[in-house]
Design a protein around this ligand. Structure first.
Ligand SMILES: Nc1ncnc2c1ncn2[C@@H]1O[C@H](COP(=O)(O)OP(=O)(O)OP(=O)(O)O)[C@@H](O)[C@H]1O
Ligand SMILES: [Mg+2]
Length: 359
């Protein structure tokens, strides 16, 4: 099978002004400009197969959106080549547009003042979607979401969730080979996130659409992605199955503890205090990685403590530390209302990689 998207040694550099501070600085900037080069994307190569859902992950500023902009033809790479459906996106932007759909979580592609249905009709014309194909798509949509309540509202009157739903439906409308989703669930509540994930999954299955997804929400990744690509500072750190990634960290398990009575009002501050206190408890006996751990010391550290809503999560490398010893130590100083043990979560795996756990 041939790849639907191919990136070969793709890099993107931005030339930005090194701004000087204050009024004097601004005036100096007017006369002598001091530029610096940012390598936003650095030698990325990958092949994406038809029908794949690929999670394109990395911390803020890693270069994800820049890569997507190059794949969609908005930006031209500084070097390297991209092929999307056998088209060079930045050379044939409108031809490429026929083959792709795009959703940027923070802003809508739809016409603000128009009811969604009107936007859809315009898109149908722009992309020259045949009546039958359009009707089939609308029927498929109607089987998944309540189109009646959604389609007749002007986009500007919609909630963020409704608008995102519409944006996703619009992106798939002309049945493109590839859909790019850049943080599609940002700012949405739990129920709407689930709805969006279900929708993307169904459309991927029904239409065999390739999906490239960037997100900071590991729930999206767990629900949708088999393959993940991780970049940081423009450079690729990982490209493989998510399964493989979890196995790399197979010796890690997460101990989730309820140290406050459930249902009680728990504040962010209180949870932070608990994290600190559990860290203190463990720090005397074990090698522990705290939030402010100095870099360079990380590889020896085998325990990390974080919070997840009203739970305290202790990530333990069992090849180095006995998890029962950890539990005992915590129990001496904290009341444990509930606990459970689980495999390392995607969230923790990704966090470890961002922290340099793979290299
Ligand atoms: N138009 C631009 N001009 C100058 N620098 C830019 C431009 N666009 C992006 N950058 C820089 O390139 C780097 C990568 O940015 P990019 O938006 O691709 O990151 P990202 O991975 O999408 O991050 P986030 O998770 O925060 O969305 C950053 O350092 C950013 O400041
Ligand atoms: Mg981005």
């Amino acid at each position: 099978m041939e790849a639907i998207i191919q990136l070969q040694d793709v890099s993107k550099e931005f030339k930005v002004l090194n701004r000087r501070e204050g009024l004097k600085g601004s005036l100096q900037d007017l006369f002598s400009r001091d530029y610096k080069i940012i390598k936003a994307v650095n030698n990325i190569s990958m092949d994406i197969m038809p029908g794949e859902i690929v999670g394109y992950l990395g911390p803020n500023g890693a270069g994800k959106s820049t890569t997507i902009k190059m794949m969609t033809g908005v930006l031209k790479p500084s070097s390297g080549t991209i092929l999307c459906n056998n088209v060079v996106p930045y050379e044939k932007r409108s031809e490429n547009a026929q083959n792709i759909g795009v959703v940027f979580g923070q802003r809508s592609q739809l016409w603000w003042a128009l009811p969604a249905i009107e936007s859809f009709k315009i898109l149908k014309d722009i992309y020259q979607v045949e009546d039958k194909a359009y009707q089939d798509m609308m029927d498929l949509y109607a089987s998944m979401v309540d189109m009646e309540s959604l389609m007749h509202k002007p986009v500007r009157q919609m909630s963020l969730g409704q608008r995102t739903l519409c944006d996703i439906l619009a992106a798939f409308l002309h049945n493109p080979g590839v859909v790019f989703l850049d943080e599609p669930t940002i700012g949405l509540d739990v129920a709407m996130k689930a709805k969006i994930r279900e929708l993307v999954q169904t459309l991927n299955k029904e239409k065999n659409t390739t999906v490239i997804l960037t997100t900071h929400d590991m729930g999206d990744v767990d629900a949708l992605c088999e393959r993940i690509v991780i970049i940081d500072k423009g450079t690729m750190l990982y490209d493989n199955d998510i399964q493989h990634l979890t196995e790399l960290f197979g010796a890690y398990r997460t101990l989730s503890l309820s140290l406050v009575k459930s249902g009680k009002d728990v504040t962010e501050e209180k949870m932070n205090a608990l994290v600190n206190s559990v860290e203190q408890t463990l720090c005397h006996r074990f090698d522990i990685q705290s939030g402010q751990a100095e870099s360079g010391k990380q590889e020896e550290m085998t325990i990390s403590v974080t919070k997840n809503e009203d739970q305290i999560e202790v990530l333990v490398d069992e090849s180095k530390t006995n998890i029962i010893d950890v539990l005992n130590a915590i129990q001496k100083e904290h009341r444990i209302y509930d606990m459970h043990l689980q495999e390392i979560s995607t969230e923790s795996v990704i966090k470890k990689i961002y922290e340099g756990g793979l290299v």
